[in-house]
Ligand binder design. Structure first.
Ligand SMILES: *Cc1c(COP(=O)(O)O)cnc(C)c1O
Length: 232
């Protein structure tokens, strides 16, 4: 078996284990394979083992890969999105995980409506409130949702976060717990035109904690494709 194939099998098994441990169905948890920095041939290999959902964090790289691979794929924009680049991916990708400003929402909405479609998005939350990170602070999320709920070219599907950059597992867990309760609180508020179905959190080093704390979408790069030669 090749390395990537082994990694994919391994990941599926671990996700299953984590799900069962937390009394959840493994089918509730979607794995997004994050192929950033890896060439199309490598993603193609993952495709041949059944992977259909890919995540990228740069617009140009995403568009190039999307154009050169099979059309039956789901593409996820997981990185920070600049307003002026929204036009390249709005209406083209399955899900944008990184909505974090009204200006960006307006741009995505405009492009999507022009293409006569509705772009599904997640609102990115800066749960650890680290200064270096993108995403809204917790106390701005509901107001933001109310503001974008009127945009007919956008459908909010849930929330996304990036765990804190630390080896302190207790702190990571605490952040994911806070994120999950925010998600549940908003879900219970039943805001008009806002869906709370997706909670995207967990990467190669913290997906187990994320699943235990309620994530239903995890974004896995290095644990599938191996170490990246440079960090992005
Ligand atoms: C790179 C990246 C991932 C995947 O990271 P790994 O640690 O390689 O699993 C997930 N989410 C975002 C937003 C990323 O930029």
């Amino acid at each position: 078996m090749t390395e990537i194939r082994k990694n994919i099998e391994n990941m599926k098994n671990k996700v299953k284990e984590c799900a069962i441990q937390s009394d959840r169905s493994p089918d509730d948890i979607q794995i997004i394979a994050v192929g950033k920095t890896f060439p199309v041939e490598v993603l193609q290999e993952a495709y041949s083992y059944g992977v259909r959902s890919f995540g990228e964090n740069k617009v140009q790289e995403l568009v190039e890969k999307m154009n050169s691979m099979s059309k039956d794929l789901q593409w996820h924009m997981i990185g920070h999105l600049q307003k002026n680049k929204a036009k390249y991916i709005a209406g083209e990708v399955t899900l944008i995980h990184s909505l974090d400003s009204v200006d960006l929402a307006k741009e995505i909405d405009k492009v999507a409506r022009k293409k006569d479609c509705i772009q599904q998005v997640l609102v990115q939350v800066n749960i650890s409130e680290e200064e270096t990170k993108f995403g809204l602070p917790v106390n701005q999320v509901v107001g933001f949702l109310e503001e974008v709920s009127n945009f007919s070219g956008i459908q909010v599907k849930g929330l996304m976060t990036i765990g804190p950059k630390t080896k302190d597992k207790d702190y990571i867990r605490e952040c994911f717990k806070r994120m999950h309760s925010l998600y549940i609180d908003i879900k219970q508020e039943k805001l008009d035109n806002i869906n709370m179905d997706i909670l995207s959190m967990g990467m190669s080093n913290d997906y187990d904690i994320a699943i235990q704390e309620g994530a239903n979408m995890i974004r896995i790069g290095s644990a599938i494709f191996g170490k990246r030669s440079y960090t992005v």
